[in-house]
Design a protein. Structure first.
Length: 140
């Protein structure tokens, strides 16, 4: 893994705690990350979820996209999850892991929140992106 990827993992662990952060290497110097027990709450039925994502080896110059949450995510009011959510996914992609099975695949809902501003490359860290996605999720 690259030094920038390690720095990103360290920041995420500092924010959420070592015990909540699971990491598995990909084949190219990046990592797949799952943060357990992230609070979501209303408007969702679940009080918390895991959030997963891939930090590519090109960090900090690549967008960390997409993010994933547990497949059982549902709204309290019974409405559809809505724009930006895609059900029926799995995370992580096993073929991309350096050691297949080192992070078992989980059924997931994909969250699409791409950062399109190229002038922020290198400024938005994986932790910043995770926090933005978390805030967006809680605002639904």
């Amino acid at each position: 893994m690259t030094p920038a990827v390690q720095k990103a993992i360290d920041a995420i662990r500092h924010q959420f705690g070592d015990e909540k952060v699971i990491v598995a290497a990909d084949r190219d110097g990046g990592v797949y990350v799952i943060v357990e027990g992230v609070p979501v709450g209303a408007p969702f039925s679940q009080e918390e979820s895991w959030i997963g994502f891939h930090i590519p080896s090109t960090c900090p110059y690549a967008d960390v996209y997409p993010h994933f949450v547990e497949s059982s995510l549902s709204r309290i009011d019974g409405a559809a999850l809505g724009e930006g959510f895609s059900t029926g996914q799995n995370f992580p992609e096993q073929a991309a892991l350096k050691v297949p099975g080192s992070m078992p695949a989980r059924p997931a809902v994909q969250i699409s929140r791409r950062s399109n501003r190229k002038d922020t490359a290198g400024l938005e860290t994986p932790l910043h992106k995770l926090l933005k996605v978390h805030q967006w999720l809680k605002s639904r």
